[in-house]
Design a protein around this ligand. Sequence first.
Ligand code: HEC
Length: 141
Amino acid sequence: MMTKKMRNLLIGVVVLLAVLLTAFAMFEMAAAAGQAGNQMKMQLGQGQKIYMQYCASCHGTDATGKGPVAIALRVPPTDLTRISKENGKFPIEKLQASISGENALPVHGNRDMPVWGGTLNRNQIALLVKYIESIQKPFSI
Ligand code: HEC
C-alpha cells in the first residue's frame, strides 16, 4: 500500500523530471536557433565579401549602382537594392541566372553586365544572391 507521503514524493519527482526535460528542450532549441543565426550571419558576410570584390566597382559599395566604373559604361548598372520592388518579390532564380550569365543570349548582343558563371562557382553566386536579398529596400521607399 502506498502512503500519502510516498505518493506526494512520487508526484514531486515526476513534476521535477518534467520541468528538467522542458528546460533541457528549451536550451537545445535556443542553441539550435543561435547556431542557425550564426550560420546565416556568416553566409551574409561571405556574400558581402564577394560582392565588394567583384561587383562594387560598378554597382557601388551600397549597391545602388554608383560605383566608380559606372560613368564609363553605356548602360548604368542596376540598383541592386530595388530588385524586390521592381519584381514584386525577390526573384532568387532569375537573379542567379542573370549573374551567372545563363540567360545571356547571344542574340541580345553584348551586355554591359559581365558574365560571372566562369569566375564564380554556384555556391559563391548563391552567397551573393543571399547578400543582395538581405540589402533590399522595403517597397515603401
Ligand atoms: C563592369 C561593371 C559591372 C560589374 C563589375 C558588375 N555589374 Fe552587374 N550590371 C552592370 C550593368 C551595366 C548592368 C545593367 C545593364 C545590363 O543588364 O546589361 C548590370 C546589371 C546587373 C543585374 C541586373 C541584371 C538583370 O538581368 O536585370 C544584376 C542582378 C547584377 N548586375 C549583379 C551583379 C553582381 C552580383 C556583380 C558581381 C559579381 C556584378 N553585377 C558586377 C555592370 C556590372
